[in-house]
Design a protein around this ligand. Structure first.
Ligand code: BT5
Length: 227
């Protein structure tokens, strides 16, 4: 992988669009950090913001978000011995607070390209109204972003190889072990409504499965509001 560093970008996901696969775009800060559904990702100086450009073997973007979640979780465990959890579909949490968010976007123009954008709160200040936390606050130490970046990329590549060789099942099984809401009663917010139910599974396409009044409800895109 070739890593390109920038002081300031609007969004590493936007910049990444003009780069070939196997590039990694990193910024010290973002002026228009993106979340899902056109939401914003607070990206003050000091945090770790980067996007990986890939030529995906599968068109299931969700698979790559799961791979990235595991890579971040493993890297944080390995480097800081901190236990985090995963919240579907794209959050890494520490004590129920968001430590990292992931945004995978597909570009299907000339070549099929996938951009996996990862934001980790390391040394950055976070707006107080967010239920969020940074690694600096957890560890009481200044974080070396480059070191953490390399560790995440190491695990990401490892999981990509595993995925390409053995498919999604082993990835999903490992992801489930770290998922914070599996087999729990949860509240899910879709664009249209709020659904309450028991999260009985996450399927092979990364779809959230709820059981509500004895019926199975499949959720493709949403936010888990409480668990
Ligand atoms: C995400 O969206 O969590 C995806 C975030 C992806 C950010 C990376 S940074 C590198 C790359 N370049 C980009 O432009 N983006 C990617 P979502 O699940 O929609 O969550 C967004 C919500 O998280 C916001 O509406 C806030 O409530 C909250 N949030 C915003 N900034 C945050 C932060 N720094 N830490 C924790 N929570 C935050």
């Amino acid at each position: 992988m070739r890593i390109f560093f920038f002081k300031k970008l609007n969004s590493t996901n936007i910049k990444a669009k003009s780069y070939p696969s196997n590039s990694v775009i990193v910024a010290d800060e973002q002026t228009l950090g993106k979340g899902r559904f056109r939401r914003k990702w607070s990206s003050a100086k000091g945090g770790l913001y980067f996007s990986i450009v890939l030529e995906p073997k599968s068109s299931l973007m969700q698979h790559y978000t799961f791979i990235a979640s595991l890579a971040v979780l493993k890297a944080i465990k390995n480097q800081f011995n901190i236990k985090t959890g995963i919240k579907w579909p794209n959050d890494i949490l520490y004590n129920k607070k968001k430590l990292c968010g992931i945004l995978s976007e597909g570009i299907f123009s000339e070549h099929k390209k996938l951009i996996v954008g990862i934001g980790v709160n390391t040394n950055n200040k976070i707006p107080k109204n967010l239920k969020a936390v940074s690694l600096k606050t957890i560890t009481n130490k200044t974080i070396t972003n480059k070191k953490l970046l390399r560790k995440i990329l190491f695990y990401f590549q490892k999981y990509i190889i595993k995925y390409n060789e053995n498919g999604f099942k082993p990835i999903l099984n490992e992801w489930k072990k770290h998922c914070v809401h599996l087999n729990k009663e949860i509240k899910v917010k879709t664009i249209k409504k709020i659904i309450k139910g028991k999260n009985i599974d996450v399927d092979k396409e990364g779809i959230l499965i709820l059981k509500k009044n004895g019926k199975i409800v499949k959720i493709v895109e949403a936010d888990i509001a409480s668990s």
